[in-house]
Design a protein around this ligand. Structure first.
Ligand SMILES: [Zn+2]
Length: 324
């Protein structure tokens, strides 16, 4: 069972990567499986197809295959609590240091891994795909997946300039999937998004030897010229056919409707979609904010070859006095 996990920090363009990959023959893009219990089974938020989760025919088939019942009868809250015992924040030390695991934690890990494995297999079978693409992003779920026997896990670690993702965390965006009221996406302080950016990216670096393959992709390179990067990712996960298909990806793609759980509101759009760099932060982010995020994330920014000093585009375009 082959799973391609898109890892990294939120607001890094993962929904776009997910959906473009999901267009290739033999793949299925499912969004962020980590949130399926809470936001899907329990809160009945909208699936990417526009239907309420518990009414979506695709997920009903999956529920039937995994639990033997339709989505509204599935044990969503039991699964959410099991998930919390497996990789809630309190478990982090023992997740990364197995010697610290209690017998109860080990049992929960085995039990949860088994359900997730059955989910992926049902998803593959029902969609007719052999590569499931999960954009859950967080490192703790990826860590759990590396321990599931029989699962061939590949990680695409997507990194975006920390200043771009911190800026995005400050913007106001409506959550389309909350159909019963108007709710905005969470907004994080600069400190929180900078520290989490560091932590999430660091943990994927630490675990890079654990999955079957690990590919680091910079968002900025991906949006500039997606074809070659997507093709080399597909090669690395052992899918030459998909690589050949994706190599010709340009800045415009046609997206089908998909059954994605959670993620950026852009998951609801379909049809012709432009892949373009979202670099509003370069001109709109206050200099003080930029400096703050740069200071907190400098070591990793350097490691990923991002310049610490950013000249805003506006300034760069101004003519140099005395020249021309
Ligand atoms: Zn659906």
């Amino acid at each position: 069972m082959k799973v391609l996990y898109i890892g990294g920090y939120s607001r890094s363009g993962s929904t776009m990567l997910l959906r473009v990959l999901g267009e290739a023959t033999g793949t299925v893009a499912i969004g962020e499986l980590i949130y399926i219990w809470e936001r899907g089974y329990l809160q009945d938020q909208l699936c990417g197809c526009g239907e309420r989760f518990r009414r979506c025919p695709f997920w009903n088939e999956v529920s039937q295959a995994v639990f033997g019942v339709p989505s509204d009868k599935a044990p969503g809250s039991e699964m959410a609590s099991l998930q919390h015992r497996v990789h809630g924040y309190a478990t982090f030390p023992s997740l990364w240091l197995p010697a610290l695991r209690s017998p109860a934690h080990r049992r929960a890990l085995g039990e949860y891994g088994d359900v997730v494995d059955r989910m992926y297999r049902a998803i593959a079978e029902i969609s007719g795909a052999h590569v499931v693409i999960d954009s859950s992003k967080v490192p703790q779920f990826a860590r759990v997946l590396t321990e599931v026997p029989g699962l061939e896990l590949h990680v695409a670690h997507l990194v975006r300039d920390s200043r771009g993702s911190a800026y995005s965390w400050q913007r106001k965006k409506v959550r389309t999937e909350i159909h019963w009221t108007t709710q905005h996406m969470d907004r994080h302080s600069l400190l929180r998004s900078s520290v989490e950016w560091d932590a999430f990216n660091l943990l994927f670096g630490v675990d890079r030897e654990r999955p079957r393959s690990y590919t680091l992709i910079r968002y900025e390179d991906l949006v500039k010229d997606p074809g070659p990067l997507l093709a080399s990712l597909a090669e690395r996960i052992g899918e030459p056919g998909i690589a050949a298909e994706l190599r010709s990806t340009r800045d415009e793609v046609g997206l089908k409707v998909s059954h994605t759980v959670a993620g950026n509101p852009s998951r609801f759009s379909s049809g012709k979609t432009r892949i373009a760099a979202d670099d509003e932060w370069r001109t709109a982010m206050p200099a003080g904010h930029r400096l703050f995020v740069t200071a907190v994330t400098a070591p990793l920014l350097r490691r990923y070859r991002y310049p610490l000093q950013v000249t805003s585009r506006k300034a760069a375009r101004q003519p140099v006095p005395g020249v021309g």
